[in-house]
Each structure stands twice: as structure tokens, then as C-alpha cells.
Design a protein around this ligand. Structure first.
Ligand SMILES: [Zn+2]
Length: 444
């Protein structure tokens, strides 16, 4: 499938600062007001930034030549105009329509109910909500190796509740109302979540209402017997590069990307559990447990490098082992052996009736939202049609950047540099590493 090479004519609005995406891809965005619509423009040729800025300021009619069109992530049914080094910006004498002051990339104020009912994935919205509880506070890592705090909250307005993930920043106060701008809508399975972006602002506001919607469970559950299990291990150097070969018996390990040695004791192992669960109906379901969940399930200390065969034995157990999983789409949020679940109660309560009674169950529910997000990016990138691959990757870069690698602006993003601990949980780079990483100890 060949992408259409086209020209678009119009006036430029909303030329952004230079942004940085994954793999340090830099780009900027703008809006082009065409005769009958407005389109988002993504520009990877940074040398044109000044030209774009001037054209916006002077309201110069322009023609963008040799651009690519790519389906818009943010605006369903529309296309983004992609400009790279082969594209050209020409000033034109005049257009048969005029510069429109009101052509702005308007992000609308919406209610949570609107988001849940009509929100499109990746759409940007403004919303005013009350923070009901902190659901998760776990350091995260973006694809561009940046570590930053990542907190998930259950939030609500008068209409509905939803999960919100905030990247970086100081954290929100439970019980307070906030106005959030430029928040991105994400979807996992049938579950809708919100996530901050690099352009998001978070402002505390006076209480809007004394009543808000109750917290609703925002994930699916399954329970069944483990019928197959496998555990894989990937290794990372202390700088998070995937290692192609590790001999744990030797004291030093060479990392090709660092082009240097490190102590093998500093090599981080990332576990992955692959399970088939048989429900009582006989239906089989496959799940992948990330490092965090597998270690939690089997009580494996973070940082240790266990024998995967031993873990498999523990998963399969002596006789039959039953597992209870909470998940969104393909992504497992929490897992426990059924005995544990029963003591914690409520495994068979229908979803929508579990509200405030299920607060303890909610504690992990958004734990991996952003891992999922990052993971999903890989999946998306990998499954893109080849013809769209380069453009989509660039878009991923934009989105990824927006989803959390901003270090400079806004109330979000100040603390991220302070997170320096090695994060053993699932990091995006580990995922990438899985493609080429070593398979741990092989099984007989
Ligand atoms: Zn390295």
C-alpha cells in the first residue's frame, strides 16, 4: 500500500514548540486551516520551525507539497498531514478563503460520562474531577529510558468515575477537585482510562459539588485452573539495555550497547509468565504476567534471579492450581491464587455492583495501565502495515512523548528526575528487549 503524496493549502495556526518523542525524535505540530476543514500537521524537519512560526504570525497562505497523510490518532476519521525532509512549504499569493481567527485546535471541556460514552481513544479533553483515591503509586519508565513517577487515581465528577494516570509531578490530594486539560483518553479492552500528556495542566479548583459518582470497577475478571505455564527471563544491563547473552556463573558481563562490562550481579532479570487458564466452562484463556505480577504471585524478591523451572513448578503446583485474574483487554492488572482471593472475598460479585465495597480490590487495578500503554505502543508499531510504519512510528514518538516524557513544563513533571532507583517492574525497554533478548535457562 503506497501512501498518497499530496499537497494541502491553507493558513497555519497553533505552531507548537519543538517536542521530543521516543528515541529522541524531535518534531513540532501545527494546525492547517484548509478550505473546508482543519488538519493537524506533524513536522519532523525542525529547520522549518521558524518558517512555520512566521507564516502563522503573518497569516501567510501556504501550500505544503509532497506531504504524507496518515489517519489521525487524536481525531477519529480525520487525517494528519506529515511533513518530512522531502516535503516542501511554499508561500502562495492568495487563497480563495480567509484566515480564520477561530481556527484553533480546541480541546473541549467534557464530563466523565461523555468520555466513557463518546470518547475516542487518543482524543484530548479537559475535565474537572474530584480525586477519590490513590489506586497505585509505582515508578515507571518511558520508552526513551526516562524514569518518572506514575500514579493512578480513581476520580469522578457528578456523572461517572474513571481511572486517571498522572505521569510525574507532585501527586494529587485525595478529596480535592482538579481541572485537567489536554488529558488523553485511552482504552484497554472495554475499559476507558485517562492519562496525562506532556501538554496537560492540572489545577486545583474549589469544590464543584458535594456529591460525586461512586468508584466503578474498571476491569474484567476470570478464574480458572492453570493448565500450562512457562516462565521466560530477559536480562538487562544496569543501564536497561537488553543483553543477548548472560552467563550468571561469571562475574562480569559485556553489554554491546554500552560497549563495556558490568558486574553480573548488577544485571537485572525480567521475568515473564505465560499461562493458560481453564475456566470451569472448559474455555481456555491465555495470559501473560509481567515481572511485577509474577514476582508478587510467587513471592520472588525483586532484583533476584530465580531459576525459571522452579517458578514453573510453583505455578503448576502439586495438583490443580486455581488463579484469579483481573485484566483489561490483553493486560493483566492483578493476579492471585484462588485461596488468597477467597480470603479477600468478593470474587464472584457481579462487576457493576462492586463500588465502594471493592476499594481493596481496586488497589491494583490501574497498576499497569501505563505499562500497558507502552506495551501497546510496541504492539501497534509492530503490527502496522509496512507502508505506514515509518509514519506511525513517528506518531508513536509523539504520543509517547506526550504521555509522559516531558521534563520541562507544567505542574506535571517536576519530580521525575528524582526517581533514580532501578525499576524492576516492567519497563518498556524490557519489552523491546524481549524481542531479541536471551531466553534465560532453557528447559528440558
Ligand atoms: Zn548497557
Amino acid at each position: 500500500m503506497k501512501r498518497a503524496k499530496v499537497e494541502v493549502e491553507g493558513y497555519l495556526h497553533n505552531v507548537s514548540e519543538i517536542l521530543e518523542g521516543a528515541d529522541h525524535h524531535k518534531y513540532f505540530t501545527a494546525l492547517i486551516q484548509e478550505a473546508e476543514r482543519n488538519s493537524r500537521v506533524v513536522v519532523f524537519d525542525l529547520q522549518r520551525h521558524n518558517v512555520f512560526r512566521s507564516a502563522e504570525k503573518d497569516r501567510t497562505p501556504v501550500r505544503l507539497c509532497n506531504v504524507d497523510l496518515s489517519p489521525s490518532r487524536q481525531r477519529s476519521g480525520e487525517v494528519d498531514v506529515i511533513m518530512n525532509t522531502a516535503s516542501l512549504l511554499r508561500c502562495v499569493r492568495q487563497l480563495n478563503f480567509v484566515f480564520d481567527e477561530s481556527s484553533r485546535d480546541v480541546v473541549k471541556d467534557v464530563t466523565v460520562q461523555h468520555i466513557l460514552q463518546e470518547g475516542r481513544e487518543y482524543q484530548r479533553v479537559n475535565v474537572t474531577i474530584k480525586v477519590l483515591q490513590l489506586a497505585e503509586d509505582r515508578p515507571g519508565v518511558t520508552r526513551s529510558h526516562q524514569k518518572m513517577s506514575r500514579r493512578s487515581y480513581d476520580v469522578a465528577d457528578q456523572t461517572r468515575s474513571v481511572s486517571l494516570t498522572v505521569w510525574g509531578g507532585d501527586g494529587l490530594q485525595v478529596g480535592k477537585w482538579y481541572r485537567l486539560t489536554n488529558i488523553s483518553i485511552r482504552k484497554f479492552g472495554g475499559c476507558t482510562c485517562l492519562s496525562t500528556t506532556a501538554q496537560s495542566t492540572i489545577t486545583i479548583v474549589p469544590d464543584v459539588s458535594c456529591t460525586v459518582a461512586q468508584i466503578m470497577e474498571n476491569f474484567d475478571r476470570k478464574e480458572g485452573e492453570i493448565v500450562t505455564a512457562d516462565v521466560k527471563v530477559d536480562y538487562l544491563c544496569p543501564r536497561q539495555h537488553p543483553l543477548s547473552s548472560v552467563n550468571l556463573a561469571t562475574s562480569l558481563t559485556r553489554c554491546q550497547q554500552c560497549d563495556a562490562f558490568c558486574h553480573t550481579s548488577r544485571v537485572v532479570s525480567v521475568l515473564r509468565g505465560i499461562l493458560t487458564i481453564e475456566e470451569s466452562s472448559g474455555r481456555m484463556n491465555n495470559f501473560v504476567l509481567d515481572d511485577f505480577l509474577l514476582r508478587k504471585l510467587l513471592n520472588v524478591p525483586s532484583g533476584s534471579t530465580p531459576d525459571p523451572d522452579v517458578l514453573v513448578l510453583r505455578l503448576l503446583g502439586e495438583g490443580s492450581t486455581r488463579l484469579h485474574l483481573k485484566f483489561r483487554g490483553q493486560h493483566v492488572l492483578d493476579v492471585a491464587f484462588v485461596a488468597d482471593v477467597n480470603t479477600a472475598s468478593s470474587s464472584s460479585v457481579p462487576q457493576s455492583t462492586e463500588c465502594s465495597a471493592s476499594l481493596s480490590n481496586m488497589s491494583e487495578c490501574t497498576a499497569t495501565t501505563d505499562d500497558m500503554m507502552l506495551e501497546e505502543f510496541f504492539a501497534e508499531v509492530q503490527t502496522e502495515e509496512s507502508a505506514n510504519l515509518d509514519v506511525e512510528e513517528k506518531n508513536e514518538g509523539c504520543v509517547e512523548k506526550q504521555e509522559g516524557s516531558n521534563t520541562s513544563e507544567g505542574s506535571v513533571g517536576k519530580l521525575m528526575q528524582e526517581r533514580r532507583e532501578v525499576v524492576v517492574g516492567v519497563v518498556a525497554e524490557c519489552r523491546k528487549g524481549i524481542q531479541k533478548g536471551v531466553k534465560g535457562k532453557s528447559k528440558k
